[in-house]
Design a protein around this ligand. Structure first.
Ligand code: VGL
Ligand code: ZN
Length: 233
């Protein structure tokens, strides 16, 4: 009698797992990373490192895409460039250097940028509705290292991104944002290297420079990243 009750209980549990857990798992498998849509990278907010084609209509398009994906059950994350004012990537922290100079530091190549996305400044804010995001992952907090990737910085320190995605059972990612040739590229490549199936939506990305953007798209493609012109469906 005891065995029968145990068996029934086990079957009921198994049925529960199959009917409830399994569909939720599959539905929640696709994640979205919206990369660095912040004031300083946009013309809309007259940012210090404004990327061409980032007026309010681009921000609206990026926001509509995120809310449409959210309604379909995708889990949305954002990255946020979040630098201290003495960050290594700012040309103002290197005497005699200019914006966009490229230097070598500790065996690494570093592009020197205008100061941007300084912690707790207005233009460091993510411009899309925060309610869209399951989490916003900050990066570039360590003054010694740049961090184009949302997964890890140039010193190898990881963010919480991979653990967050794993916690949500995500194995597939849609990635878009700013800038195609820097943070989108680095985030997409690290995601692919970590085993995620990655799609980058070109029409929802903007690049710093047309030439490096073309090279970045080619490199992503060679690494097995899917490139789509626009969001489908
Ligand atoms: C980025 C340059 C410096 C980016 C961040 O979001 O692509 N680019 N910091
Ligand atoms: Zn930066």
């Amino acid at each position: 009698m005891g065995e029968v009750i145990l068996l029934v209980a086990l079957l009921v549990c198994a049925a529960h797992v199959l009917t409830f857990a399994a569909p939720r798992e599959t539905k929640r498998r696709i994640g979205v990373i919206v990369v660095d849509i912040q004031g300083d990278f946009t013309t809309a907010k007259a940012g210090s490192l404004a990327v061409e084609g980032t007026d309010q209509s681009f921000i609206d398009k990026a926001e509509k895409a995120a809310s449409s994906l959210m309604r379909k059950g995708y889990v949305i994350f954002a990255t946020q460039d979040w630098h201290p004012s003495d960050h290594i990537s700012f040309y103002t922290n290197h005497s005699g250097k200019n914006a966009f100079d490229v230097i070598r530091i500790n065996g690494r190549t570093q592009v020197l940028w205008p100061p941007h996305c300084v912690q707790n400044t207005e233009n460091a804010n993510v411009l899309l509705d925060r309610e869209l995001f399951q989490a916003i992952v900050k990066k570039g907090k360590d003054k010694r290292f740049d961090s184009y990737s949302g997964f890890k910085d140039d010193g190898g320190a990881t963010t919480e991104m991979d653990a967050l995605l794993k916690r949500h059972g995500i194995r597939e990612l849609i990635i878009y944002g700013i800038a195609t040739d820097y943070c989108v590229k680095a985030t997409a490549i690290d995601a692919a290297d970590a085993g995620y199936k990655v799609t980058v939506i070109e029409g929802l990305c903007r690049g710093v420079d047309p030439q490096t953007t073309a090279v970045a798209l080619q490199e992503m493609k060679e690494r097995g990243i899917n490139l789509e012109k626009e969001l489908r469906g």
